[in-house]
Design a protein around this ligand. Structure first.
Ligand code: NDP
Ligand code: 8X3
Length: 250
């Protein structure tokens, strides 16, 4: 089996690469930080004796995405599982004062990047009549919160894309799973708050957040179900989180 995981240099994507490799799956890992890709490739090859391909590109660029994915040798194009994970939130400012650059980064990465990768991989899956696309959405794709209007908008778009993908790919035996996590402690908040450690720490203060491994375990569960079973949509939260804004902090 071959799994392609975008954004595998950190957090949920890295944990997915490790868990798929642990299961004996060959993996294609992608991201912009090549040093991290190289060390993860080495770790997976040595620890799990699987084949690993690293592709170093920015999903915001259609040219880079097309070039890198099309450079895969034929046998690597037989991708069974695509985890569309690369993504981010940038800033948490009110819409009336938020930065345009933040909006562009989120729209270009979380929506256009996911579409670019899917546009290359789906025809390969459709021609084999086999494949599973797992889109990493968010609770932000179901609810809207203060300062999150554009992040919530891009994740609502992912939610809609998952539904549309499932309809269009129905005749091709393609599974589409939309995963919507609540708070997961990864590099997400350091990225969102641009390295502000205080804001990062405050996000996870007083409760036990999910880990990248928790999400990867759930993704593995979805990926290894029998051929006739698909999880369409899954919301997963820390026990101490009731909705996108309500936490029980102690
Ligand atoms: P991390 O910041 O730890 O990981 C994000 C990953 O995305 C990195 O590997 C990063 O790689 C990659 N990435 C970001 N931008 C680009 C880009 N332009 N091109 C290629 N790769 C990119 O955060 P998470 O693991 O938490 O986030 C993974 C996904 O989960 C995201 O889609 C996020 O929105 C979603 N999510 C996160 C939640 C959370 O609370 N953490 C909750 C719900 C959903 P690199 O920088 O090397 O390019
Ligand atoms: C990340 C979770 O609540 O910060 O998607 O939007 S949240």
């Amino acid at each position: 089996m071959i799994a392609l995981i975008t954004g595998a240099t950190s957090g949920i994507g890295k944990a997915c690469a490790q868990k798929f490799a642990q299961r004996g799956c060959d993996v294609i890992i992608t991201g912009r930080r090549n040093d991290r890709l190289q060390s993860l490739q080495k770790e997976l090859e040595e620890k799990y004796n699987v084949k690993v391909k690293s592709l170093n590109f920015d999903v915001r660029s259609w040219e880079q995405t097309k070039e890198n994915l099309n450079s895969l040798p034929q046998e690597w194009q037989n991708i069974d599982i695509l985890v569309n994970n690369a993504g981010l939130a940038a800033g948490k400012d009110p819409i009336q004062s938020a930065l345009l650059d933040d909006w562009q980064q989120m729209i270009d990465t979380d929506v256009k990047g996911l579409l670019y990768v899917s546009r290359i991989v789906l025809p390969w899956m459709c021609s084999r009549k086999k494949g599973h696309v797992i889109n990493i959405c968010s609770i932000a794709g179901k609810e809207v919160y203060a300062g999150g209007s554009v992040y919530c908008a891009v994740k609502h778009a992912v939610d809609a894309i998952s539904k549309g993908m499932r309809i269009d790919c129905l005749p091709y035996n393609i599974k589409v799973t939309n995963i919507c996590p609540g708070a997961v402690e990864t590099e997400f908040s350091m990225v969102r708050f641009k390295g502000d450690k205080e804001k990062n720490d405050a996000t996870y203060q007083g409760f036990t957040p999910l880990t990248g491994e928790d999400i990867a375990d759930t993704i593995i569960y979805c990926a290894y179900l029998p051929a006739h079973v698909n999880i369409n949509d899954l919301v997963i939260m820390p026990t101490a989180q009731a909705n996108s804004g309500l936490f029980f902090r102690q």
